[in-house]
Design a protein around this ligand. Sequence first.
Ligand SMILES: [Zn+2]
Length: 330
Amino acid sequence: MRTWIRSFIVAFCFSFVFLITVHAENEKTREEILADRMDYYMKYSSIEVPWFYLAAIDQFERNIQEVRSDLEQREEPIAMNFSPHIWAGLHNPSYEDQSPFSIAYFDGLGKDGDGDGFASTNSPDDIMYTLSEYLHAYSHTEKGFKKALMDYYDKKETVQQIITIAKIYEHFQTNALDKRAFPLPVRSHYSYRGTWGASRGWGGRRIHEGTDLFASYGVPVRSVSYGMIEIMGWNDYGGWRVGIRDMHNTYHYYAHLSSFNKEFKEGSIVEPGDVIGYVGSSGYGKEGTSGRFPPHLHYGMYKYNGRVEWAFDPYPYLRIWERQDRESTQ
Ligand SMILES: [Zn+2]
């Protein structure tokens, strides 16, 4: 090989190793990222404004930024952002205004949290202090929190989603809630395929929004995520079904159950692996209808972006959770 080619390859390999090393130093672990966020929530919380209220709003903003192209995706640690007209004040001649005094004069929300003399939307301290002060102005009850959210977002689905996140954080007293579970015990007998979009047999020409996991009657159905049970009851299509909302703006739908776990009801907080009911063949008719198709769990996932909710394919996620559960039970 010619010398210049060899030296070029050697130089290339060295620079590549160098880039990887620098990259690795800048990259924080998942635990460090979550701890950084928590530092800000604690710093700007109080008896009246608990950390999980600040954390829930911040997490909701992160969730919608991940799925909306019209929103700026904020860098860690804080995703919360304010619209310029809300920050500076609607009648402020400059929406770039960073003076706490003129912002206050024009009834803007923006405040100086880090004490540098500016109220800047680029400062996580200024953002969190402003959010904390905004919530502080309302009565320090769940009703007051809901009113503050409604005044700011003006959408009841958004308020419901943020309240759900807050309740999950409050229940577990942490924001480190990344664990997931496969909806059936991996040691039971079951089968499923990626059939996204296949047409459904009953109730007209509708798209099949979910994955069918075929299993025997009575096999336990487990929550895949941390979340709050939003719906638990009968539906003519889904039979006995459970709907669980998590802290990633995802709604998990479990249908055709034979029965529920009576320990849980609507409003209960669950964690991954909690048994919520049992596989059956209920549905496709009036309350109590069963046996019109082979027993299976219909599992669906829906994402809320702050405006609408839509179904997405659970199959790739099921494959990941199944592998993780298999590895952890070996
Ligand atoms: Zn199905």
